[in-house]
Design a protein. Sequence first.
Length: 252
Amino acid sequence: GEDSSWAETIFDQALGTVEAGRLQPKFLRPSEGFALPMIIIAVAQELRAANPKRTKHYNALIDQLIEKIQRLFVNEEHRCVLEQTGIDGTPQFDHFEGRLLNPGHAIEGAWFIMKEARLRSDRDDYFSLGKKMLDWMWEWGWDREYGGIIYFRDVLGHPSHEYWHDMKFWWPQTEAVIATLLAYHQTGDDHYLTLFNQAYDWALRHFKDERYGEWYGYLHRDGSLSVDLKGNLYKGPFHIPRMFLEGIELFS
């Protein structure tokens, strides 16, 4: 009948879409991501420490990366650190990825930059930049109702596209601990000591397994346990030991 004919027409059209040349080829929107320059800074810092003969080379590389972060991802209008922008730094707020904020990730990048200022006495501007990133992203990330650093935010307040957007993962907490402790160490400002105590105390209360040791990895927004595994392909022995090592190095 008529319905059958309509259904077959739709079916034939659907089959036609898989024919070569029928549809426009897919394309990726030209964009830049915060993740790569941020993590290369940390790697370059470690390689420089291991091979001081190449200090000048690594300093120049880190300078380029920090300049790129400041130019593309540090958004003054919205007082945030964006995870993705256009290649010229233009915000891409018309889709999910362009509006995505990852407070823990940005705070991690903030302490990399503050650490660079601590290691190089001629770059006070780096400390100012890193501290600004920390200040902004703490406001976005700290959950005023339940405590802890929340996983994702949308810069325009729209719904997030990831189902775990309001969960508390272990690693954003460790990065907040390092960043606030470093800011306190460098400034002596009790404000950052207060933030450090907030982040550290909350993490220990909620993530630490008091009976068997180690930290859980995944909590619901209210701090209740989501799953009791302590390691997987994503959660390994990295962020937690680094948190303690960075603190020990700061005050040793």
